[in-house]
Ligand binder design. Structure first.
Ligand code: ZN
Length: 386
C-alpha cells in the first residue's frame, strides 16, 4: 500500500503471497486502524485472472508523519501521509543560528500548526539535515553550511522540541523522533515513491544550497556505513589543482560542482535576493543561450561526470539519480553528462548506467517522513492499535 503496489485486494494477495482470506483479514485490520479504505463494491477487471477485486486506497484524513527539513536558508515543515503523499507544508526563512534549538523549535512549531489545522493523528517526527549524522548518537557531524557546531546533538534537541511543543502520538506520549542526512533520506523517498523504484543498487547524488551529497540504497535499505557516515561523495577529488576544500583537500566535488561553483563559473556574483540554488536554476533555464552560462554548464557537467564515473567504478550501481542543481545540469545537456560518465568509467562504457533526474518534489521531506513511518510499516498494530 505504501509504495503503491497493492491498489486492489487481489494485488495485495499476490504481493504478500498469502491466501485471499488472509489478505482480506489484513486489509480489514489496516482499515480498522484508520490507514486504508476498502471498497466494499468490487468493480472493474483488476484481479490476477481478470476478476473484479476490492479497491484499496489510502484513507483520506488518515495518520501522518511530521517531516522537518533544515537548510542553509531556513526550514520547511510538512505532514506526510501513508503512500508518501505530502498533505500540507509550510516554509520558513531564517538565518540559522549556532544553537540548533532555535531553528528546530521554529520548524516543530510550524509542524504543530499544520497538525492542528489538519486534525490528523501523528505517528512520529523525522528531520532531514544538511550534515552527515553519526549513529547511534544522532549528532550532526559536519553541518558545514549551517552555523551549528560540529557534533551538535540534533536528535536530542529535536526530540526535546517535540516534547516542549507537545506533539503527542496515539499513546498520548510525545511522538518518536528520527534524524537523517538530507540526501540519504531523499534517496530512500525516491526509491520507495519516485524515480528509484525497483532499482537494486541506487546511487543518488545531489547538490542543494551548498556542497554535494550522495547516498546509496542497496536492496531497499540505505547503506550508511558502520557509523552513519558512508557516501561522503562530496569529497571525491575531481580537479587535483582545484580550489581548497574545508575537508583539507583540494578540488573536491563539494566545492567544484555546487551552485556557488556554477554561479562563479558563469562569471556572476551571488545575488542576495534568491538562494544560490535558485539563481543557478534560473541561469540554466532562462539564460542558457548566453555563452558564459553554457560554458559554465559544460565545466560543471565535466566535473560532475568525472565524479560519477569514479563512483560507478567503485559501486557498480544499476541506476543513478541526480537531485538539486545536478538534475538541472542533466536537463541542460543529458548527452554530454552521460558521455563523460561513460568515457571515465569501466562499467559505464560497457553497459551504460541510466542517469536520471529525481522525480519527487521535496524528496528530503518525504524521506524524513519515511524514518517516522518505518515503525508503523514494520508493525502497524503496535503503533496504532493502542
Ligand atoms: Zn573536500
Amino acid at each position: 500500500m505504501h509504495t503503491g503496489r497493492a491498489a486492489t485486494r487481489a494485488l495485495l494477495t499476490a504481493e504478500l503471497g498469502v491466501t485471499r482470506a488472509t489478505a482480506g483479514a489484513v486489509a480489514a485490520e489496516l482499515e480498522a486502524l484508520g490507514l486504508i479504505l476498502v471498497d466494499t463494491r468490487p468493480a472493474g477487471p483488476s484481479g490476477a485472472q481478470g476478476r473484479p477485486s476490492h479497491r484499496l486506497d489510502v484513507a483520506p484524513g488518515g495518520p501522518v508523519a511530521l517531516a522537518a527539513q533544515v537548510h542553509a536558508d531556513g526550514f520547511r515543515a510538512a505532514l506526510v501521509g501513508l503512500g508518501g503523499e505530502i498533505v500540507a507544508t509550510a516554509p520558513g526563512t531564517m538565518t540559522v543560528p549556532a544553537d540548533p534549538a532555535h531553528v528546530l523549535g521554529a520548524v516543530v512549531e510550524a509542524g504543530a500548526r499544520l497538525l492542528r489545522d489538519s486534525g490528523r493523528v501523528c505517528v512520529g517526527a523525522g528531520l532531514a539535515v544538511p550534515s552527515a549524522v553519526a549513529e547511534p548518537e544522532g549528532t550532526a557531524l559536519n553541518p558545514l553550511h549551517l552555523a551549528w557546531p560540529a557534533g551538535a546533538p540534533v536528535r536530542e534537541v529535536f526530540a526535546a522540541q517535540i516534547a516542549r511543543v507537545g506533539i503527542l502520538g496515539p499513546d498520548g506520549e510525545p511522538v518518536p523522533s528520527f534524524v537523517g542526512n538530507d540526501v540519504n533520506v531523499a534517496a530512500l523517498a525516491e526509491h520507495r515513491h519516485g524515480a528509484g523504484r525497483d532499482a537494486q543498487h541506487l546511487l543518488v547524488v545531489a547538490s542543494g544550497h551548498r556542497g554535494v551529497g550522495g547516498a546509496l540504497v542497496l536492496d531497499g535499505r540505505l547503506h550508511t556505513g558502520s557509523s552513519g557516515l558512508a557516501l561522503e561523495v562530496g569529497h571525491l577529488t575531481v580537479l587535483p589543482d582545484g580550489r581548497p576544500c574545508h575537508c583539507g583537500s583540494r578540488g573536491c566535488l563539494d566545492v567544484e560542482a555546487d551552485p556557488l561553483a556554477f554561479v562563479e563559473a558563469a562569471g556572476r556574483a551571488p545575488g542576495p535576493e534568491v538562494s544560490l540554488l535558485q539563481q543557478s536554476i534560473d541561469l540554466l533555464q532562462q539564460e542558457y543561450a548566453d555563452p558564459s552560462v553554457r560554458a559554465a554548464a559544460q565545466v560543471l557537467i565535466d566535473r560532475l561526470g568525472r565524479g560519477l564515473a569514479g563512483l560507478v567504478n567503485v559501486l557498480n550501481p544499476d541506476r543513478i539519480l541526480l537531485g538539486g542543481l545536478h538534475r538541472y545540469l542533466l536537463d541542460a545537456d543529458p548527452e554530454a553528462l552521460r558521455a563523460v560518465v561513460a568515457d571515465h568509467s569501466l562499467w559505464g562504457r560497457s553497459g551504460g548506467v541510466p542517469v536520471l533526474a529525481c522525480a519527487l518534489d521535496h524528496n528530503s521531506l518525504v524521506g524524513a517522513a519515511e524514518l517516522a513511518w518505518q515503525p508503523v510499516l514494520d508493525d502497524p498494530l503496535a503503533v496504532l492499535g493502542v
